[in-house]
Design a protein around this ligand. Structure first.
Ligand SMILES: [Mn+2]
Length: 326
């Protein structure tokens, strides 16, 4: 695909080619796309002989640590030292990294979240990408780095997880074109899926059971509301990252159009929102200072939860009404 120097991908490629010392970061509490994109790009830059560190505000998820390369991710809340550039993946704003000191460097911003603030010296923002991993794939291809089995594996981790195992609305032909290349590089989709989805400790099954037992319904059964607090995590022996993906469980029900998960953890209240089809929960999250995608978004709320909860649930019901009317 020919590109002109003015195109964002080309500017990213130029910025990477002409520099040598990088830190690659992604967002705090990294998900599969964050860590997968970070690892794939870091390995590709190292393939070119460049000096690359990976830094994350929080430890990668437990299942990701089953990949040996993930041990190389440094957990830190600050970046210092001599660098030519920081590559920020999968972050709508620099604050999403949870890492201090980045603004002092040449920042290369690669992201697919609507509302990206274009905070980099070089910015490539593509909200049509199903995963940041798709964009990283194009960067790696543009750099002329071959898809080694390890690089291809992490790209697949990014795409598999960010598409909800190929179920979300953001999937395009491009997604499958990239996955076709990944499979051609020798990656076994089934083996990667097993490493991602069959690593859970039994405590997460207990947590799943408790979350669903406490599920409430609003909006004539079309909105499912889940709640978790420190006590429930403690009782099931789980950590906050074990909640990842659990908000999607209620969407298995035909009549549930949207799901809300209230997380009262460590004195903070976080809200995750998911929806089906045209129902826009990003707009709901944005009204509370959050963001995300149409079908997957989140925000934070000031305590106490009881004050904000009814209004937010009502807003989700209204979003379901609006999204169902269209
Ligand atoms: Mn993503």
């Amino acid at each position: 695909m020919p590109t002109t120097p003015e195109q964002p991908l080309q500017r990213v490629l130029d910025a990477l080619r002409t520099r040598d010392r990088f830190v690659v970061v992604s967002h705090a509490r990294p998900d599969g796309d964050a860590s997968g994109s970070q690892l794939a790009l870091a390995l590709a830059l190292r393939h070119l002989g460049k000096h690359v560190r990976m830094v994350s505000r929080d430890r990668p998820q437990a299942w990701l640590l089953s990949f040996a390369e993930a041990a190389d991710v440094e957990v830190a809340d600050r970046v210092e030292g001599e660098l030519d550039a920081v590559v920020v993946l999968e972050c709508g704003s620099l604050e999403r990294t949870g890492i201090a000191g980045l603004e002092r460097y040449f920042v290369i911003n690669v992201d697919h979240h609507r509302g990206n603030t274009l905070y980099g010296a070089v910015n490539w923002f593509d909200e049509t990408a199903a995963a940041c991993g798709e964009m990283v794939h194009d960067i790696i291809a543009g750099l002329g780095v071959p898809l080694t089995p390890a690089i291809a594996t992490f790209l697949y981790v990014a795409i598999l997880t960010d598409t909800g195992s190929f179920r979300h609305a953001n999937i395009t032909a491009r997604t499958f074109d990239i996955c076709r290349r990944i499979a051609g590089a020798g990656v076994s989709p089934a083996a990667v899926a097993a490493r991602v989805y069959q690593q859970a400790p039994v405590g997460t099954l207990r947590l799943t059971g408790e979350l669903l037992r406490g599920m409430e319904l609003a909006g004539a059964g079309r909105v499912a509301v889940l709640h978790v607090d420190d006590g429930l995590l403690h009782a099931t022996g789980c950590a906050p990252e074990d909640l990842d993906g659990m908000i999607n469980l209620p969407l298995q029900a035909r009549d549930v159009r949207a799901a809300v998960l209230f997380k009262e953890l460590g004195g903070e209240i976080r809200v995750s929102l998911r929806s089906k089809e045209a129902i826009d929960v990003r707009a709901v999250a944005a009204a509370y200072g959050g963001g995300g995608h149409r079908n997957a978004a989140g925000c934070e709320l000031p305590p106490p939860l009881e004050r904000a909860r009814p209004g937010l649930v009502a807003d989700v019901v209204a979003a379901v009404d609006a999204g169902t009317r269209d």
